[in-house]
Design a protein around this ligand. Structure first.
Ligand code: EPU
Length: 290
């Protein structure tokens, strides 16, 4: 078999690949558009004994100011095929485009996703949810590569999902594509319009952030509510500030560093712990040592 040629770049700034707009350079960086390329990238990391990180839309991640001392594999596997009410989609596809595409076809199940900035792979990894709908309700199959490059198909009964959790978080491979099973619904556009109205009025728009920073400690207890009740909306460290619209969003006002955001995270955790006794847990991943 002929070896796949990969373009490996060096010292690529990760701030350009994170919705926070924060992060130092990746020592090595490659974009993959197919499963073959993904396998080649995993092999490159293994042959050179360097750590690797699979990056989708960079919307739930905070990169360290010093960057990542390994290979960042940017997932651009972006195919999409509908078969009646089923869709097979590459994991690098933005979940928002998939959601809008489904709505256009009067297919229900992903109408909560058009405002989620992540990729399909990221949404599966985190079991993205909003407005009482979640990814795990509509997933029927996931194609996955182990870090050794072996292909595995997981059926829905072979995957575990719960709030902001999937069994993929315990594995160290690459989600390459997924099948979703949707249902026909003539009212899906109206449902989406309601979700849109809610989202636009309760969450900040078009600002540099990673969405909600902390998990909700209980289904009926919002981390945003707890942070808000500590009077922290607008609280700022450096260029990182607590959104005045939704207190569980930290915004990068311009040139925030990872250090600014981490200092703000720690301040929020301390205030909430002192006031309520609750230990907030991060939803976002922080990459690299601080
Ligand atoms: N609230 C406040 N102040 C705030 C924010 C919220 O008092 O600053 C109150 C609201 O008024 C409401 C309650 O808290 O009574 C719940 O707020 P909201 O409906 O906005 O939901 P949430 O629990 O704060 C979760 C998800 C969001 C998702 C929304 C909508 C988490 C951590 N967050 O937020 O997900 O979009 O529900 O379903 O589970 C994300 O994960 O990045 C994210 C944005």
């Amino acid at each position: 078999m002929q070896k796949m040629k990969l373009k490996i770049e060096e010292n690529i700034l990760l701030s350009n690949f994170s919705t926070f707009g924060i992060g130092g350079p990746a020592k090595f960086f490659t974009r993959v558009k197919s499963v073959d390329e993904a396998q080649a990238a995993l092999a490159y990391a293994s042959e050179n004994t360097i750590p690797f990180l699979i990056l989708g839309s960079g919307s739930n991640i905070l990169f360290n100011d010093d960057g990542f001392n390994g290979l960042v594999i940017l997932n651009k596997i972006n195919h999409c095929q509908f078969f009646k009410n089923e869709v097979l989609v590459g994991s690098g596809c933005p979940i928002a485009s998939l959601g809008l595409n489904c709505i256009k076809r009067e297919l229900a199940g992903l109408e909560f996703t058009p405002f989620i900035p992540g990729s399909v792979g990221g949404a599966i990894y985190m079991n993205a949810s909003a407005n009482n709908l979640k990814i795990s309700d509509v997933i029927s199959e996931v194609e996955y590569l182990t870090k050794e490059g072996e292909k595995i198909i997981f059926k829905s009964s072979e995957m575990d999902f719960s709030y902001r959790y999937s069994s993929f978080q315990k594995m160290n491979g690459f989600i390459t594509s997924a099948k979703f099973l949707l249902s026909w619904d003539k009212n899906v556009l109206d449902k989406y319009e309601d979700i849109k109205k809610f989202r636009l009025s309760t969450q900040p728009q078009k600002q540099k952030s990673a969405g909600c920073v902390f998990k909700n400690p209980m289904p009926s207890l919002s981390a945003g509510y707890l942070i808000d009740s500590c009077g922290l909306k607008g609280f700022t460290i450096g260029d990182a500030t607590v959104s005045s619209v939704h207190a569980n969003f930290i915004l990068n006002k311009g040139n925030a560093s990872c250090k600014d955001v981490v200092a703000l995270i720690n301040h929020i955790k301390n205030c909430v712990k002192q006031k309520t006794g609750i230990e907030l847990e991060l939803e976002i991943s922080i990459i690299g040592l601080l």
